[in-house]
Design a protein around this ligand. Sequence first.
Ligand code: PGA
Length: 260
Amino acid sequence: MEAFVCRSYEELSRKAAFAVANVLNTKPNAVLGMATGSTPLGLYQELVRMHEEESLDFSQVTTFNLDEYVGLPVTHDQSYHYFMHENFFKKVNIPNSNIHIPSGTTSNYQAFCQWYEQRIKECGGIDVQILGIGSDGHIAFNEPTSSLASRTRLKTLAQQTINDNARFFDKAEDVPIYGITMGVGTILEARKLVLVANGENKADAIAKAIEGPVTSMITASALQLHPDVDIFIDEAAASRLQMRDYYTWIQAKKPGAPQL
Ligand code: PGA
């Protein structure tokens, strides 16, 4: 796990986008794991900029989104289908048939979840998974006490997540109570993980995820078990890290490190 403490949201977004683009540059038909939420917006804007100005090509890319609200039609402006289309898919050249987002309106969730897992495997697995983190330490909708071996399934959202997401809805009662989400086990199978977080309200979750014990109470702490994780955070999100100076020291000393 590597933590990159950045001076601003713009810088962390740029660096995270660069990490994703690097995967695409070495593997043009990469499978990308996508995340929603306000944090990855800057990363998506930067990928779109690279597409427009630097010919970053998505024509062979396949995508799998982490999660979706249960019960919102894809046309609802708070559905993750809508979010992804508006903020990313309509701005790059990923073929529609290569885009996968969990269904929040299927008539058979169990069958859908099994199909989603199967489809990830058929596509060769996820090369790089983008992640945000909830203020309760969740990744995707894997709320506290989710099994660290969990697969794609339905989850009941925690009150904290409902409160955090209420800002996007007219009323807190409009926030869906259930989500369909990749499991922690599904996420850990991606070859590379890129997590972005900014702001003071993420500082506690980030400290626990990076430096706390591995626990289902903070599902992001399971990333400690993964061999290739890049975490891009701003100063505010880094403010409760005990080893913060060490992470900056590692980056400063990189140029002199023995070549692999
Ligand atoms: P946010 O959501 O980026 O809107 O803070 C993150 C998450 O819940 O994963």
